[in-house]
Design a binder for this molecule. Structure first.
Ligand SMILES: [Cu+2]
Length: 149
């Protein structure tokens, strides 16, 4: 029994020594290391934010429309709703739900091309104004997108 106890005691003493040394080393190194890391990290974080801001500014035209999306359905040979008013930067999405082929052809020359059932067509409006459009196959099918600033 005495041998066993002394062995255990020795083992505890050894492990305690080892642990305390590691703990001391770790604590001593950790303090300055953390300060250094914090100080070093701070400027890059600011730089990252500036970079992010710049990127956001660049990406705004692309990300803005996704926030402002207006949907128009093409149903029964009509655009529903046919006349819409949206703020500048809005992306309008036409969804074609008729069996018959339709198009969204703007007076300014922008055209969707043939749209079969289930097709969608998107156009982002970055400038205020009136954008009338018509179906190439059905001239009575008309609509207007009014873009406000
Ligand atoms: Cu049509």
């Amino acid at each position: 029994m005495r041998i066993a106890i002394s062995l255990v005691a020795a083992a505890i003493a050894l492990s305690a020594c080892g642990m305390s040394e590691q703990a001391d080393d770790g604590t001593d190194q950790a303090a300055p290391a953390t300060e250094t890391t914090t100080t070093t990290t701070a400027p890059p974080t600011t730089t990252t934010q500036e970079t992010t801001t710049t990127q956001q500014t660049t990406e705004k035209p692309a990300s803005k429309p996704s926030a402002g999306t207006k949907k128009v359905r093409i149903v029964d040979f009509t655009y529903q709703p046919g006349n819409i008013t949206v703020p500048v930067g809005t992306t309008v999405v036409w969804t074609q739900l008729d069996q018959s082929t339709h198009t969204v052809d703007f007076d300014d020359g922008t055209k969707s091309g043939d749209m079969a059932k289930g097709d969608t067509y998107k156009r982002t409006f970055d400038k205020p104004g009136k954008y009338p459009y018509v179906c190439f196959y059905h001239p009575r099918m008309t609509g207007t997108v009014t873009v406000t600033s």
